[in-house]
Design a protein around this ligand. Structure first.
Ligand code: ADA
Length: 557
């Protein structure tokens, strides 16, 4: 499965899933490994860091332009067609594509190397409190592309004077060496919008449409209404390409210290969720994505934070359909200033930001973009990099507020930069102070340090518990202790008028690196999930469920 809805009727597209030939560098043995998947699910590669090469054949009946899209290769990819290098990409969590013109008829060999090693070339995939797996971990799509094709369609819902309108930005590409006249027809909610395009050889062409839509139902948590946006490009009246997107009409605004969804204040009751499932690694299967959201909604949560990287688009599609609000963030967790000064860091962050906005812009569920979780925001050099990334994001998307989760308590010098201030607080785990008292001190500091009159989110709070460890003493690491800590933190945060959201750390236990201090974590897992990596609920599950349910009952969205 590529997306939860059909993205083309005209363009021929197929998913290159199934078994690919595979070889791991330095090993003779040949394998057949599934795609998408992590190589760690194979007994020979359970903890393997290295470079592996996946290979398969593709057959063309006639000469074609091919477009290959990789939704995720972990973590560094190089792509070869018949031995020619055609693409390089860094970062497991963002899609990339490559277009090859005029590929002759016949059988061709597609090879993809994946490299999950840590090295100075990798500033974001580093030893961390989550695991950087290896492999082609998200879907691969092969498309046959005409000389004039639709490269991108972005939809922005606009609410003005009580009327919904939509801004639709279309980018066409001309792969030929000829001038070309094309017509574009957009259909949304039964309305047709038409435009003309003059395309120069080898160039892109942007078109923009703005149209009122009078009978629209808003996208909301309780009624997540989605609409199909169909764009068709024709030459001389013949439709030659199309791109289907799925959109929603909703507005996210800030009013003082409140976050408004469709004009009404919301409180984000959320979970932090790593893309990690016991047997799947980061290549979480679709059914396990559904299971995760079933459990998250069973606990009456209304939000998910994609800690700490962009997520699989099928998961975002599910959030669109279910009315689950998403804080999606670029890829970074806990980098010190020296790590941020890696010569690759700024470019790799900016590539990630560009790729998530380009590919995830149309998801109504995404209501906030985050950057740089717990990086060096207490330093001048760190501030320069935060500021640069906020600026880049604002240039790419003015429709969503921005935030960043800090842990530089009482030292952060960047709180004036985001639209929403967020901090990670572990009262009862890393700090012994009572949650309400500790949070009051944090809020006082935030409001005096650049965060005054801004919405505030407690972006992480929680405690560790080893699944199945019960102890009447309620000692640390028992399920009882974790439930007690979450109970106390939720009591402190859910009804604090200074807060607009609180995200439990974390939904499920996840595997972590075996390097550095992370190896001291029991089982080499981060055990703060309210379910374990097999989604077996701990005692905390029912505590969070009761607390979120009570909050939802007295302030429905
Ligand atoms: C930090 C970090 C999380 C996780 C958490 C923990 O807040 O943002 O990724 O590492 O601490 O479990 O300690």
């Amino acid at each position: 499965m590529i997306r939860l809805f059909q993205t083309h009727n005209i363009r021929r597209t197929e998913e290159l899933d199934g078994l690919w030939d595979f070889r791991m560098d330095g090993m003779e043995k040949q394998y057949r490994l599934p795609v998408p998947a992590c190589w760690e699910q194979h007994p020979d590669f359970l903890r393997h860091r290295g470079r592996g090469v996946y290979t398969r054949k593709i057959t063309l009946m006639r000469m074609e332009n091919l477009r290959l899209e990789f939704k995720g290769v972990s973590h560094t990819a190089d792509v070869f067609l018949d031995g020619c290098h055609i693409a390089h990409h860094y970062n497991a969590y963002t899609p990339f594509s490559v277009l090859i013109k005029s590929v002759p008829a016949g059988e061709h060999t597609l090879s993809v190397s994946a490299d999950n090693r840590f090295s100075p070339d990798s500033a974001l995939h580093i030893p961390n409190d989550y695991y950087s797996y290896g492999g082609i971990t998200r879907p691969v799509v092969l498309e046959r592309i005409p000389d004039i094709y639709i490269r991108k369609v972005h939809f922005t819902p606009i609410w003005h004077n009580g009327v919904w309108s939509g801004k639709i930005q279309v980018t066409l590409s001309n792969l030929s060496n000829k001038y070309c006249h094309a017509t574009v027809c957009i259909t949304l909610d039964g309305q047709d919008l038409k435009g003309e395009a003059q395309l120069n050889p080898g160039e892109d062409c942007d078109l923009q449409f703005v149209q009122d839509f009078l009978n629209i139902r808003e996208w909301s948590v309780l009624d997540p209404q989605l609409y199909i946006l169909n764009t068709v490009v024709s030459i001389d009246g013949n439709p030659i390409d199309d791109l289907i997107e799925r959109v929603g009409f909703r507005r996210i605004e800030i009013e003082g210290t409140k976050l408004l969804l469709n004009g009404k204040p919301i409180f984000l009751m959320g979970f932090n969720r790593h893309e990690d499932y016991a047997c799947d690694g980061c290549a979480v299967s679709f059914q396990h994505m559904v299971q995760d959201l079933d459990m998250i909604q069973d606990m009456h949560a209304n939000a998910v934070r994609t800690s700490h990287y962009p997520n699989d688009e099928r998961f975002l599609d599910l959030c669109d359909e279910r009315g689950i609000l998403v804080w999606e963030e670029n890829h970074a967790r806990g980098l010190t200033l020296p790590q941020m000064q890696n010569p690759n860091f700024e470019r790799q962050c900016e590539d990630c930001i560009r790729e998530i906005v380009e590919n995830h812009y149309n998801h109504p569920a995404i209501i906030i973009w985050g950057i740089l979780n717990e990086c060096a925001s207490e330093t001048d050099e760190g501030r320069r990099m935060y500021e640069k990334q906020y600026t880049q994001l604002r240039m790419l998307d003015v429709s969503r507020p921005l935030t960043s989760a800090t842990c530089r308590h009482f030292q952060d010098i960047c709180l004036d930069l985001p639209d929403v201030v967020s901090y990670n607080l572990y009262a009862g785990w890393y700090e012994d102070e009572r949650a309400a008292v500790r949070n009051a001190r944090e809020i006082e500091w935030v409001q005096a340090s650049g965060g005054a009159d801004k919405p505030i989110i407690v972006s992480e709070f929680g405690a560790g518990a080893n699944y199945g460890f019960r102890d009447r003493s309620h000692c640390k690491w028992s399920e009882e202790y974790q439930a007690d800590v979450l109970q106390e933190n939720l009591c402190a945060y859910l009804y604090d008028p200074n807060l607009t959201g609180a995200f439990v750390w974390q939904f499920a236990d996840c595997r972590v690196s075996e390097e550095l201090w992370f190896a001291r974590r029991a089982r080499c897992h981060n055990n703060k999930g309210v379910v374990d990596e097999y989604r077996r609920p701990k005692l905390a599950y029912d505590v969070v469920k009761a607390m979120f349910a009570a909050k939802a009952a007295n302030c429905p969205f």
